[in-house]
Design a protein around this ligand. Structure first.
Ligand SMILES: Cc1cc2nc3c(=O)[nH]c(=O)nc-3n(C[C@H](O)[C@H](O)[C@H](O)COP(=O)(O)O)c2cc1C
Length: 189
């Protein structure tokens, strides 16, 4: 079984990445294969709306999206985390979302399960909007949204790595992973 983790942060030691890794830990312990994409390290360009994928089923842009397409096909579950940027996902993550327009006929994520994580520096400064945007992406792809302790996992942290000082949030990331695993064991047995 395969878990795909997508971290929308451009930073190293990102708070989002740390929470995504804690959410993935139950999957690692259960023997799943985990693939992680940190979008800040990938070469991705925006969709140029040429619509040629509508005719050919392929994207004309040659960049790291082909690895994402392979991972979408192979995974059984997806965790997407994003920093909050202006009460939204990062431009890196939105770019990935738009580029998956090429999948609208093949729908490689349909019936799979998804968990959402959002980290902003403020208190309630767009985290819920951001998890909502990720959930909407999951739903647009025919996926099932899995909650953490309550709803998606949201957190406040500012400098890289600050989230490590919040054991409660790290533990809640683990709860999200456990909830996803529990549903996966019912759906994919
Ligand atoms: C361009 C930009 C916009 C941001 N907008 C918000 C915001 O709307 N709300 C918020 O709470 N934090 C905002 N932040 C702060 C980041 O979300 C915060 O530093 C977070 O910890 C970054 O996550 P990361 O460590 O995973 O990269 C913004 C940061 C940047 C660089």
């Amino acid at each position: 079984m395969n878990l795909l983790c997508i971290n929308g942060s451009p930073r190293t030691n990102s708070n989002t990445g740390i929470l995504v890794e804690h959410a993935a830990k139950p999957f690692v312990d259960a023997g799943w294969t985990v693939t992680e994409f940190q979008l800040g390290k990938m070469k991705l360009s925006p969709c140029n709306a040429c619509e040629s994928c509508h005719r050919t089923g392929r994207c004309v842009i040659d960049d790291d999206m082909s690895a994402v397409t392979d991972a979408y096909r192979e995974c059984d579950a997806v965790i997407i985390g994003s920093p909050v940027y202006y009460r939204n996902v990062t431009s890196q993550l939105k770019m990935l979302f738009d580029r998956t327009y090429v999948h609208r006929n093949t729908r490689p994520l349909t019936g799979k399960i998804g968990g959402a994580i959002a980290v902003g520096s403020g208190e309630d400064c767009g985290q819920s909007i951001t998890t909502g945007i990720i959930y909407n992406y999951f739903l647009s792809n025919g996926m099932l949204c899995v909650p953490g302790e309550i709803n998606g996992l949201t957190a406040s942290a500012s400098a890289p790595g600050d989230i490590l000082k919040q054991p409660k949030r790290l533990q809640q990331a683990g709860v999200l992973g456990q909830n996803m695993l529990r549903l996966a064991s019912k759906l994919f047995r």
